[in-house]
Write a protein of this length. Structure first.
Ligand code: IMP
Length: 432
């Protein structure tokens, strides 16, 4: 029963899209389990460059079935738009399944996300404004509307009263708390009917599909979204996303048993980035940061916001490895560091005059932490486009080996450029 999880080890944007696209050649299924269209997974292939927000990055392989699992929150307009872009590029999108248990992101969630952020003022989280947080709030408050509800046969007596109840609540908040415009029930109901019609061919009980695939021994590649340090429980709360991007979320977000995931691959960028607010201990606020941002084009795939940039944080990285039990690691964007000397790794923090080696849970403690760095001489030859481990420059290899030591897991793959073939595979992740 082989499931293989690919999970962001940092604050998202680690390059999971490319890694999943690369590994999908050996999988029968590629599945998403958490988050929504706050994610932006970039895939570059023969058909062009795509920023996928909801559709799993395996969609480009004709032999792969893609699944949006129950743990994902789905904005139907975004999904339909993405499907139409893919179809125009010649991709067969009939190989997509959307869980009937996945929750919908409704227009009132998007409105509330923006209004709540505005009201936070200087304490804004810096959300992507896609309604993801408010949709998960409703799921937990048991007033969410699910993808399967769009197909409710008894519309007038079952679906409409629920929609009316929740919209009444939301409009009260939108108008009274935020003094903004209410949403119209009739228009929303109409939208839901259209969404139901258009999404019907894709909607299925995805957990059953996946359990059957596991029973047949097929490979399921599990595509994480965001990153472990944005996890609602384990991340830098409250500067986190509202789901569990770490491995725990994969079991509940797909409805498959823990024994089915036989490998977990942590994706780490060779340096750190984060979008939005919250602590980033190794943040580079001066020239080096700006240079990395420009060279690597570190601007959000979803919002276009400039990403904050820092050196690799091995304290945070080790914490992430231990939370997920990564069996294997992939290092991405190593080629960006070709342009720097020295290159630094943060190996410990100094907190209130003491050196610590753990990742504090409190944001205010993290904000007081100063990085303790180990420096590495840069490498004179580029790593860009290298495809074999023994072709890496000696100093780049020393950097990789030290990261392995600090993180406590093997770096089995290295991405040296945006294209599929710009990949070093030291040990295959998917077995057989
Ligand atoms: P939300 O998920 O839109 O509620 O945003 C919460 C936090 O997670 C913000 O700091 C976002 O910038 C961050 N975030 C959400 N999705 C991603 C992602 O895919 N990559 C990087 N950061 C993300």
């Amino acid at each position: 029963m082989p499931g293989y999880a690919v999970i962001g080890g940092q604050w998202g944007d680690e390059g999971k899209g490319k890694v999943v696209d690369f590994l999908a050649q050996e999988a029968q299924y590629v599945v998403r389990y958490s988050g929504g269209n706050n994610a932006g997974h970039t895939v570059i292939n023969d058909l062009g460059e795509f920023a996928l927000h909801l559709v799993p990055a395996g969609i480009f392989w004709p032999h792969v079935t893609c699944v949006i699992g129950n743990g994902v929150v789905v904005d139907p307009d975004t999904l339909l738009q993405e499907l139409s872009v893919l179809a125009k590029a010649g991709v067969d999108t009939s190989r997509l399944i959307v869980s009937d248990r996945a929750h919908l992101i409704m227009p009132y969630h998007v409105a509330l996300d923006r209004l709540e952020e505005l009201s936070r003022g200087a304490n804004a989280i810096g959300t992507t404004g896609r309604g993801v947080g408010p949709a998960y709030v409703d799921k937990v408050a048991r007033v969410g509307i699910r993808v399967g509800d769009l197909l409710e046969a008894n519309r007038e007596e079952v679906f409409l009263p629920r929609l009316e109840h929740v919209l009444h609540q939301k409009n009260a908040i939108i108008t009274k708390v935020y003094e903004s415009e209410p949403l119209d029930l009739g228009a929303l109901n109409q939208k839901c009917m259209e969404w139901g019609e258009r999404l019907k061919p894709y909607i299925q009980p995805s957990e059953v599909v996946l359990q059957e695939a596991l029973a047949r021994g097929e490979n399921i590649l599990i595509e994480g979204a965001q990153g472990t340090l944005l996890d609602i429980d384990h991340g830098t709360y409250p500067f986190v996303t509202s789901s569990s991007p770490s491995i725990g979320g994969a079991y509940t977000g797909l409805g498959i048993p823990p024994s089915s995931i036989v490998g977990s691959l942590g994706v780490f960028k060779a340096y750190s980035t984060r979008v939005g607010g919250g602590p980033l201990v190794t943040e580079l606020l001066e020239e080096t940061g700006a240079k990395i941002r420009e060279l690597a084009w570190e601007f959000g795939a979803t919002t276009g916001r400039p990403r904050r940039v820092g050196w690799f944080d091995a304290v945070a990285g080790r914490y992430s490895v231990s939370l997920n039990g990564f069996t294997s690691l992939v290092l991405t964007r190593l080629d960006i560091l070709d342009h720097f000397s020295p290159v630094k790794i943060c190996t410990a923090y100094e907190l209130d005059g003491k050196v610590i080696h753990y990742f504090p849970s409190s944001v205010s403690a993290l904000e007081r932490c100063k990085p303790v760095y180990e420096e590495f001489e840069g490498w004179s030859q580029p790593t860009a486009s290298v495809t074999q481990m023994d072709k890496l420059p000696r100093n780049a290899l020393a950097y990789v080996r030290r990261l392995e030591e600090l993180l406590g897991a093997p770096i089995d793959m290295i991405s040296t450029g945006p294209h599929r073939e710009e990949t070093v595979v030291n040990r295959p992740f998917i077995k057989g």
